[in-house]
Each structure stands twice: as structure tokens, then as C-alpha cells.
Design a protein around this ligand. Sequence first.
Ligand code: 4AD
Ligand code: MG
Length: 463
Amino acid sequence: TAWISVANARKEEAIAPRAEVRGWVRTRRDSKGGFSFIEVNDGSCFGNLQIVAPAELANYESEIQKLSAGCSIVATGELVASPAKGQATEMHATEVRVIGWADPETYPLQKKRHSFEKLREWAHLRPRTNTFGAVARVRNQISQSIHDFYHERGFLYVNTPIITASDCEGAGEMFRVTSLDLEMLAKKGGPVKYEYDFFQKPAYLTVSGQLNGETYATALGRIYTFGPTFRAENSNTSRHLAEFWMVEPEAAFFDLNDNMQLAEDFLKRIFTDCLNHCEEDMAFFDSMIEKGKVDQLKAVVEKPFTHMPYTEAISILESTTEKFDYPISWGTDLQAEHERFLTEKHVGGPVILTDYPSTIKPFYMRVSEDGKTVAAMDVLVPGVGEIIGGSQREERLDVLQSRMDEAGLNQDDYWWYIDTRKYGTVPHAGFGLGLERAVQYATGMANIRDVIPFPRTPGNADF
Ligand code: 4AD
Ligand code: MG
């Protein structure tokens, strides 16, 4: 008998005299007429397939009537048009084999709805729920769209290292990596000797693949990285993780305008693909997580993004009657509340903020004519805030070096990066998109911990 996914079995054209589905029971309901209705899900789609199991089956009383949520089964039978509302097909089973039981006394995912907080304690089981199945599929779609988008535009996929000695963002938020037994060394007292450490110098988990990416962009033209990045910053918010995935395109001969256009096309492509390829999941988010999500995204992909220089944003924020917890003035960084005001109240959609003060941005951003601002761009979206951060890069050797000095960076540590400006330097630009922030925006999920399978936050490295 041919195996068929639940996603395919639910389609009208699946009707067939014999098929097999494999999955996990969501619910079982026994009817008086000598039938049981089993809702089975296999993760291939949001919906379940209804299995109608007649009392004539040999294991009806001994097994089928004992099935409960979480049990795994293989069902064989005829796929027929369903008389029930909300489903095109159902299966009339000729055999229901139980593969694995799930004791209803102890199985955590009972019929009652659990809060997302509670489900985080069961990160290993939550993908079996409607919401987390849908999140996993949308996240998968976005990852696929990322690769599709860049490949179609001739960007080469480059893998940059996870372990590194350099702090790209210069924010000192790196996790230390060492092969030394720190507890043993502490007991012995005395100084830490790097010659005994694996890399013979301090090494860290990367905060960004950008600097390595730039070396490839200044050789191969257009590249992107896509991988895990790490930050030992305060992750006790709904938008920060200690471990998150970042996509970082970098393109030679790009200026800030090219970069902004790329970011806008990129985001629109991602959300269009979610709307077109995850219709059922998006309908669920639209009705259960954030009302109006689908129409909101449709509007976002149709309209051009608003562009606004930082200086203009500051004067808007200074002159509004809105009350903020954090004071804002030229030279300070925007807080979440400011980003929300601009995107949700002032513009009502995504905003690309540009030309930030050099003092609040990293050393690699290109200094503008005014000497005070850099060619930076952050893309902000309603609900989430900053989703993309990027810039045109400083390609002038002398300016880069003086910016490094100002930032207190040791040029010897970055000699390889500086070489890209010494030898055949070119204008270039790039940005980073946080995958989880993109999934949050696409789905409307309020907490970033619920859009990554196993969130890493302070005090939480389990599973
Ligand atoms: O703005 P960030 O720090 O920029 C960079 O790392 C640049 N090197 C990127 C580049 O130009 N190639 O981070 C980029 C994006 C943010 O806009 C945000 O979406 C996400 O990464 N991000 C986080 N996501 C989850 N948790 C965190 N702690 C994050 N920090 C940044
Ligand atoms: Mg940023």
C-alpha cells in the first residue's frame, strides 16, 4: 500500500481505494453507531486526517478504543470524500496498527490548552501542538526562501566560522570558548596561560559572520552567510536570544541605496512565500495569534517601505506628545518603545532608518560627508522593532584605521580585515537579518522563545 502524507491525503485528488498514513493521534471520539473517529496528524500540514475505524476491526476493543493523544499509529484504508464540514477527505480504515502508546495519565499534552510559558518547559513535546507545528513549518519556509532569493540573485553561500577571536560588533557580548578546565585552574590559583589553551589566545563564539563575509564579497562579489550567532547580552526580553540565526548578505560595489533595495526585496520575498506556501498555517496565525496578520503582510509586500534619516526620526520622537520611559535626543540609540512608536503609530508599517550618529554604531560603517553620521540602515517593523541591521562599509583604509583607533580596537588583531582595504578596496555593503525576528513578524508570535525550537536564554541551556 502506498504511503501518503496527511497533507496530500487531505486533498480531493487523493481519493483512492487504498492508502496508508502514519502519524500521531490528536483525538479519538467513539460514536454510538459502532465507529471511532481518530484525528491523526503527521506534521506535513496544519490539519488532521480523520480516520473512521469501524468496530469490526480485530483490535477495536483491545486497542483502538484505548487510543489517546500522542499515540503513534499506522492506518490503512480507503480515502473517500468526507461528508463532514471542513475536510475534503477522510479514511475508512481497514487496519489501524498501534506503534507506540502514550499513557494519558502522564502525557503532558492533554486536550486543555497550555500557555506558551508552560509549553517552554516541554520544548521536546511542543512541536506536537498546532501552534508549534505551524511555527516550525513557517520557519522552514523562510529558511528555504532565504536560499532561493540569494541564489536567484547570484549570491554565493559562504560558511563563516562559529569560533572566532574577533568581536565584530565591538559590544563585548561574546561567549568565551576555552579548552581549559577553568575550575581546576581557579583552584590552583595563578594566571591563565594562553599557551595551554586550544587556540593559544582568547576565543569566542561569533556574534556575526560579517567580517569574514566581507573578505569573500571583496573577492567573489556577492555572498551571503546563514548560520547561528551568539550574544551574551541581556536576553530577558521577548526579542533577544543568546543563540539566534542570522542571514548576512554582503555585496561588492553596493552603496547604501542598493543595500536598502536588497533588504526590502528580500523581506517582501520572504513574506510573499509565507502567504503563498503556508496558507493554512498563516490562516491559523491570523485567527488565533494576531488578528489581521495576513492582510497586514499583504499590504507590506505591496507598498514601498518608508525611508527616514535618524535625525528626522529623533525630531519626530522629540516633538510627539507620546510619553516614553527612556529619554531620546540626537546621539542616543532608539529603545523598543521608540521603534514601536515610529512603526506602529507614526508610519503604520516598516521603516528603514538611515544615517545614524557614528558614535552609536560599529567601526566598520562608512563615515558620511558630514563627519558625524555613518551610512547605516536599520529596518524596523511593527510589533517586533529592529528586524535588520546593516550599512555601507568603510572602504577607505585611513578612515577605517582611525575609526578602529577611536573604538579602542587593536589593528594587529584585524590585520586580515584591513588587508581587504589595502588591496583592491571597493565600496561594499551588507546587512544582517535575524531569522527569529523574521519568523516573529511573519507569524505574530509575541515571544522570540517560541519561534526557535530550543531557545537559549539566561539560565536556560536544557534540552
Ligand atoms: O544589528 P546587528 O547586531 O548587526 C550585525 O550583527 C551586523 N554585523 C550585520 C551585518 O551588517 N552583516 O544584528 C543584526 C540582526 C538584528 O537586526 C536582529 O534582527 C538580529 O540580528 N539580532 C538578534 N536576534 C535575536 N536575538 C538577539 N540577541 C539579536 N541580536 C541581533
Ligand atoms: Mg542592530
